[in-house]
Design a binder for this molecule. Sequence first.
Ligand code: NAD
Length: 488
Amino acid sequence: MASTSNSLKALDNFINNEHIQPTAGKYFDTFEPSRGRPHAQIPDSTKADVELAYQAASKAFPGWSKTSRAERAKILYRIADLIESRLDEFAQAESKDQGKPVELARTVDIPRAAHNFRFFAGRILHSVEEAGDLAGIGFNYTQRMPIGVVGLISPWNLPLYLLTWKIAPCIACGNTAVCKPSEFTSLTAYLLCSVLKEAGLPAGVVNMVFGTGMGAGQAIVEHPRIPVISFTGGTVTGAKIIANSAQHFKKLSLELGGKNANIVFADCDFEQALTTSLRSSFANQGEICLCGSRIFVERPIYEKFLERLVQGAKNLKVGDPTKKETNLGALVSKEHWEKVLSYVELGKQEGGKIECGGQKPTDLPDDFKDGYFLEPTIISGLTPSCRVMREEIFGPVVTIYAFDTEDEVIALTNDSEYGLSCSVWTENGRRARRVAQSIEAGYVWVNTWMARDLRMPFGGMKKSGLGREGGDHSLDFYSELKTICLAD
Ligand code: NAD
């Protein structure tokens, strides 16, 4: 870490396995959301820093792309072990930087980051390409070729989890990377740099450039020699990335926003649907792209479900993220908190009833009075055309709506510009299949939520994304697939 004129510690970029200051020497503050005060400084990297990172990655590519799969896997396994050995340090950093409960980071974010490396280490070792003999023509086989320097741009909601979801398959496939984590949450990416070095990853294979989207992010997207971009973030940013990379015909994977439906039929396992709906509504303060923010409940159980959901939401503890019993920490930033609050106001204007929450808790300990907290909020009484029921809020705010028929709820669910995920609650197997098949979403869960199998494709339909990652889909994305024909 460097020190700047400010008394806060400043992070450095990580290029060629060295920590270096941004070329322009500029930094900005990053905030601790639960206390509403700055806790570190982030390099405000520019095009020149991205160029340095690109040069390092480009120099490392010939060597790294020729290492055996076994050698790459060995390093990825080591990275996973090292992350796990520093679990508490990573979890505390993630919570401090993002606002989420330490316990959530300790049990979900960080273990999953380690698992990403372990999963793709195994996958690259055990995957085989296609081969086939066509009599009279020849024997064909495919080869996954490393592509080159890849740009990896990640958001703030699950910082290390989503960044490593990109880094692991990218380098497992023999590419090198220029990464840019969100400017709101750079801390665990910074810690990861020391892990990568300690694990023996050769210099230049992974380079970390910190800074804003308009600065470092756009410079990666517009770099003429970075042919592949994997991006997770908002839909509006995704559209800019498509436009800004178009002239270079870049290969893009875009994992974008959502407005996911949570469909509860009257024949569901009520308690299971209720408990999981509380989680899918409010886990990580509702700041998970997969959260079910539109709850549709079949009319016969609507009143009972609403009453119990409100009761459950009121019982959730909001506050000090370091306490084990805390369910919701702080929202990531003041701007985001204000945006989410503005949707609560909009909900009222649109005729909604705030069933619970809607404001900052009044009983926060002194130390957290300036934090960006919001009570879990449930809004009823809105019609499906309301903005609050259509736009992504990305906070602890859900709407609830009664439906009468299967066809109606399918139409309501699909009447969205997004198509990321959906949960369906029913004990009727035939209905489960029918509904799952009709829903326009990349991932449909029946009687569960966010159960992830990394071997399965992940990605969104419509404005929720382009492409799929996961399992061999990730290997295909991070490789150039070549067909070779040996003539008979
Ligand atoms: P964001 O789009 O504002 O930022 C994401 C990243 O892109 C950040 O690193 C940012 O600095 C960078 N960026 C911003 N503008 C850029 C530009 N013009 N060029 C290049 N990079 C740029 O998103 P966010 O607010 O950090 O994250 C929240 C969004 O992410 C939500 O919409 C959420 O649904 C979505 N998300 C989607 C998934 C998924 O898997 N589909 C997962 C997590 C989050």
